[in-house]
Design a binder for this molecule. Structure first.
Ligand code: BG6
Length: 487
């Protein structure tokens, strides 16, 4: 049985034969993630028995061979090792056909020809990795040319720029396709470690009884990035950290952490709970949000000298549901920060009495915390007070650690995009978001977009603006790693 996350099969299922069409095929995402992902799935026999990948975009690289060469370089630079003896078989299935929002006729003909060549039975897969401004016209072209017929359409974030544009985009998508055929990709949901939050919560009896306002004091979803904007000035000036990361990845992770137990682990049950949860998220108070901009951002190429775009955002969020009433969720992300981490921390309420002489009166200490490291080497830690060996009772903070690689070392995980591409080919919707959820998240974020805090300066390699550090109160942020925080 295979239902996306859950499988008792020893070999992963193989999608049926299909043609894959990739708009933005010579772009950055295609080079860094999509083609290396497809090639890995091919080597692992997780692609269809037969398939074709037709790259498309405004500008052709010249010929199919030139395109294959470009993709080979991309796989070499960003994939899991050198393109090996499997490369030729993969490359022979690649071609490029130029198209624009005004003219997709040649592409439509190429798709039909490729489908009859391989006897494609399943839905064709169309991946739209195009700038947000081009999205709606491209979708209309897919409808007009018939490319959208019998198609699973994958769309990349950002899903609009605000609530109105998200609604417009959804309306255009729905003119052409049913919601069930649209896969809105948020790659954080495809991370092994994010799926593991679901597994730990819902496959074990020990967490659920304490997963609520009676036992949880706070939640932190902290994604500092050491990288700066890496030359993506055009995108970043339009988007900023809040839209790029908070409205999308961090809130999607909140959607997993705070979810009510679904009746089943399948797409329908999970989507139902996610929609309910996002409905309960309280619109964010701009007074509880801090924006920052790293020193030197304005000196980067193609950044306005007086740019006010934020490269950092930290904020407090509440979920107005019985389970979470009164529990603050702190979200933080930023570029050019001290460390690159993706850490989710659940902080538990203190023991009702401080029985041990260890604590000074009034001392502020971190309570027990459950920590998920959503890295490529996923870890789950529970940090607790424990007795330090010796003649007196003295306490120290220590961790129980689950290292997923150590525990299941002989199993190779899929990278987030690999997992999600494979799921789309199987029409498995578990880890994708729906239109009403996207719109609700824009609604929740609207107060901050309407009245954004001024971006405060922070030094590169720091933990963001000073004011953001105190946002979670006296305990501060879980990161950087430290043992005990005092007032
Ligand atoms: C992307 C954002 O969606 O996610 C980037 O546009 C960000 O700004 C990236 O750096 C982070 O993804 P990951 O998988 O590297 O944590």
């Amino acid at each position: 049985m295979y239902v996306g996350l859950v499988s008792s099969a020893t070999t992963p299922p193989r999608p049926s034969n299909r043609v894959l069409v990739l708009f933005g095929a010579t772009g950055d995402l295609a080079a860094r993630k999509l083609f290396p992902g497809f090639f890995h799935l091919f080597r692992e026999e997780m692609m269809p028995e037969d398939f074709r990948i037709i790259g498309s975009g405004r500008h052709s690289p010249g010929s199919d061979d030139a395109f294959r060469q470009l993709i080979r370089e991309a796989v070499r630079n960003h994939g899991r090792g050198e393109p090996d003896e499997d490369w030729e078989a993969f490359a022979s299935r690649l071609s490029f056909v130029a198209s624009t929002a005004d003219d997709g006729s040649e592409l439509a003909a190429a798709i039909t020809a490729a489908e009859s060549e391989i006897g494609a039975e399943g839905e064709r897969l169309v991946y739209l990795s195009v700038p947000p401004g081009a999205m709606r016209d491209m979708v209309r072209m897919l409808g007009a040319t018939g490319i959208a017929d019998n198609c699973s359409l994958v769309v990349e974030k950002p899903f609009g720029h605000d609530l109105d544009s998200a609604r417009e985009l959804n309306a255009t998508l729905h003119e052409v396709l049913d919601e069930e055929s649209i896969y809105r990709i948020d790659h954080f949901l495809g991370k092994e470690a994010a799926q593991n939050i679901l597994a730990l919560r819902f496959a074990n009896g020990m967490f659920e009884p304490i997963w609520n306002r009676d036992h949880v004091a706070y939640v932190q979803i902290d994604v500092p990035e050491a990288l700066d904007i890496q030359g993506r000035s055009g995108f970043y000036e339009q988007t900023g950290a809040f839209r790029d990361m908070i409205v999308t990845h961090l809130l999607q992770i909140l959607g997993i952490v705070a979810l009510e137990p679904p009746s089943r682990i399948d797409a329908e049950s999970l989507q139902l709970e996610r929609t309910k949860l996002f409905d309960a998220v309280r619109p964010i108070d701009p007074g509880r949000a801090v924006f920052g901009q790293y020193d030197g951002y304005r000196d980067e190429d193609d950044i306005a000298e007086d740019s006010t775009v934020e490269t950092f955002a930290a904020l407090e969020i509440y979920v107005d549901a019985w389970r979470w009433s009164g529990v603050p969720f702190y979200l933080r992300t930023g570029k050019a920060m001290a460390e690159g981490r993706r850490t989710v921390t659940i902080g538990f309420t203190e023991a009702p009495l401080r029985l041990f002489p260890h604590f000074a009166p009034g001392e502020v200490t971190r309570p027990s915390e459950l920590i998920f490291e959503l890295s490529d080497d996923p870890q789950v830690r529970i940090e607790v007070q424990a007795k330090i060996p010796g003649p007196v009772i003295d306490l120290g903070r220590a961790a129980l650690t689950l290292d997923i690689d150590q525990a299941f070392g002989d199993h190779d995980g899929l990278e987030a995009y690999e997992k999600l591409l494979h799921d789309v080919m199987l029409c498995e919707r578990l880890l994708f978001t729906r239109s009403e959820q996207i719109e609700r998240l824009w609604e929740v974020c609207a107060p901050v977009l309407d009245d954004p805090p001024a971006a405060e300066a922070y030094a590169k390699g720091s933990w963001g603006p000073e004011r953001a550090r105190g946002l979670p109160g006296a305990l501060g942020w879980r990161l950087p790693d430290h043992d005990v925080v005092t007032d």
